[in-house]
Design a protein around this ligand. Structure first.
Ligand code: HMG
Ligand code: MG
Length: 320
């Protein structure tokens, strides 16, 4: 089994989607470039979602136009429907003309193991989201674009409470049948413990989702996307590494949270900080970065930049 662990930094997308205030596109692009300079394998740059639902990411096209792509780094974006797919395709064409490289070079669809969360986040049942994804999956296959499929609420839902591992496995099966290349398991509200996360990993592996050491031929590989509400994310990483998982998401500076996972009086929690993830990988005697080593001082700079960007005062001076 490989001793290298793939790292996707989701700070520009998950990290900034719930931040109040208008963060300029050039600052977001600077964060993307700082993360690619630090050596992460993938940067999740933004989302092509409805700006009515997530106004913070309404500038996805502009952010893509401002980044300086590096070889060996994947630049991805979320798409919820065909409208998002065509937005992403337009940006790919413009980026190809500008850099000779069509970016985003990977797309991600997102659904959930909880019906209530799925409706709140995308105005659709789980089954309806899968129907929306079919043309996206077909287009990705046609163009050779890798496709990630997120499943939110793998342990608990902010509205329904505990979620059974079997419910996650059912949705994983739908995504396997859709033909995604990667299944990303999202502990949206950071409720996971090593045992509950371990149960989900086992259940999802039984649906033909693999890890580098145990990957069924042609099946998607698994990534873990942890939010760190109760400080348990590092121990969940430790258990997952022991079970062979070799791909994780994290967010520089620990920013993050889905706006539709917030409940009255409680804002959705941040992702596991990239620095925390890197420490857990090192403690396990493994190496962070599937393609190359991560530069700790450049990562520190990127995390500082992420925190600075997020804590800037709202563009409207705090008035709503
Ligand atoms: P809807 O309101 O049912 O869609 O939303 P609609 O088709 O009725 O469209 C409404 C309006 O949005 C229309 O505009 C559309 O044109 C426009 P109008 O005619 O009113 O002027 N529209 C779009 N505009 C731009 N791009 C698009 C798009 N689609 C429609 N793609 C929809 C359905 C899915 C669009 C909406 O619910 C949505 O955008 N949801 C996104 C929510 C989101 O981004 N959540 C955060 C990401 S998920 C997450 O954070 C969890 C994760 O991190 C994992 C974890 O932690 O668990 C991934
Ligand atoms: Mg998330």
């Amino acid at each position: 089994m490989s001793d290298r662990v793939r790292i996707t930094d989701v700070a520009p997308r998950d990290g900034l989607q719930n931040e109040p205030g208008g963060i300029p596109a050039r600052e977001k692009a600077a964060l993307v470039d700082a993360l690619s300079a630090a050596g992460v394998d993938e940067v999740e740059v933004s989302s092509f979602v409805s700006p009515k639902w997530v106004p913070q990411l309404g500038d996805a096209a502009e952010v893509f136009s401002l980044i300086s792509p590096r070889d060996g780094v994947v630049y991805s974006a979320l798409v919820p429907n065909e409208r998002g797919l065509s937005g992403a395709m337009e940006v790919r064409a413009a980026s190809k003309a500008r850099h000779g490289r069509a970016l985003p070079d990977k797309l991600a669809v997102f659904t959930a193991a909880s019906q209530t969360f799925s409706r709140k986040n995308t105005n659709a049942t789980i089954e309806e989201t899968i129907e929306r994804f079919a043309p996206i999956a077909a287009a990705c296959r046609g163009e050779g674009i890798p496709l990630r499929g997120y499943i939110s609420c793998i342990v608990a839902c902010p509205f329904e409470g505990a979620i059974e591992a079997a419910a996650v496995a059912r949705v994983a099966r739908m995504l396997v049948d859709l033909g995604v290349d990667e299944i990303d398991l999202g502990d949206t509200i950071g409720a996971g413990t090593p045992d509950s996360i371990g149960r989900v990993i086992e259940a999802v592996m039984e649906e033909g989702v693999g890890t580098p050491g145990a990957r069924p031929a042609g099946g998607p590989h698994m990534t873990l996307h942890l939010h760190d509400t109760f400080g348990a994310a590092a121990s969940c990483v430790e258990r997952s590494l022991a079970m062979g998982v070799r791909s994780f998401d994290a967010s520089a500076g620990g920013l993050g949270g889905c706006p539709y996972a917030s409940t009255p009086g409680r804002r959705a929690p941040g992702n596991i900080a990239t620095a925390t993830l890197l420490q857990a990988i090192e403690r396990a005697g493994l190496r962070a970065g599937a393609g190359r080593d991560i530069d700790p001082s450049a990562m520190h700079e990127a995390s500082t930049l992420a925190a600075t960007i997020a804590s800037r005062p709202p563009a409207n001076g705090g008035r709503s």
